[in-house]
Design a protein around this ligand. Structure first.
Ligand code: PNS
Length: 163
C-alpha cells in the first residue's frame, strides 16, 4: 500500500490546498494530511493547531482515504512514524520554487527513503495562499470560493473575536 503525506501549516486550509489533497488522494492508496504546529510562522498562526485540524477534517470528509493529524517533529520523522514514503506538496507560481526546492533537498538529506513529489496548482489557485486569504478577510473582502464555506465562517468568527 502506498501512503502519501501532505504537510503544511494550513492556517487555514484554502481551496488550493483542497485541490492538491483531492488530486493526491486519487494517486495514493491512502493519504495523511499533516498539520504542523508552526508556532513561529508569521508571528504565530491565527488558528490553533486543533482548529486547523478540525477545519481540514471537515474539508476532506468526502474523501475516504484521507486522514488529518497534527505533528510537531521533523516531517521525515513523522512520515516514517505514520508509514508514508512520499511527501506531496503543491507548487504554485515560481516564487514557491526556491523554498520548496530547499525543503525537498533538506528532507532528502535527512532521510533519502522519503521521496518528495510536487503537484502543480491549477491556474485558478496559482496565486492563492492562506496569508492572502487572511489579509483579504481582515479587511472585510470576500473570501468565498477561495476557501471552503465553513472556513470562510471560521475566519469571520476568528477575526471578529480578534478585533
Ligand atoms: O504550509 P507550509 O509553510 O508550506 O508548510 C511548511 C512545513 C510545515 C511543511 C515545513 O515547515 C515542515 O516540514 N516543518 C516541519 C519541520 C521540518 O521537518 N523541517 C525540516 C524541513 S525544511
Amino acid at each position: 500500500m502506498k501512503r502519501g503525506i501532505v504537510p503544511g501549516t494550513f492556517d487555514p486550509v484554502t481551496s488550493g490546498h483542497l485541490d492538491i489533497i483531492e488530486r493526491a488522494a486519487a494517486i495514493f492508496d491512502d493519504l495523511v494530511v499533516a498539520v504542523a504546529h508552526s508556532p513561529e510562522k508569521g508571528g504565530g498562526p491565527l488558528f490553533a493547531v486543533e482548529e486547523r485540524v478540525a477545519l481540514l477534517e471537515q474539508a476532506v470528509s468526502h474523501l475516504d482515504n484521507v486522514s488529518v493529524l497534527p505533528f510537531d517533529t521533523l516531517l521525515v520523522d513523522f512520515a516514517e512514524k505514520v508509514g508514508a514514503s512520499v511527501i506531496v506538496k503543491g507548487l504554485r507560481a515560481v516564487t514557491d520554487f526556491e523554498r520548496e526546492f530547499q525543503m525537498a533537498a533538506l528532507n532528502w538529506r535527512l532521510d533519502a527513503d522519503v521521496e518528495t513529489m510536487f503537484i502543480m496548482a491549477v491556474p485558478e489557485y496559482m496565486f492563492l495562499s492562506s496569508s492572502a486569504v487572511k489579509e483579504i478577510a481582515k479587511h472585510g473582502g470576500a473570501v468565498r470560493g477561495l476557501v471552503p464555506e465553513h472556513v470562510a465562517s471560521a475566519l469571520e468568527r476568528a477575526l471578529n473575536t480578534a478585533s
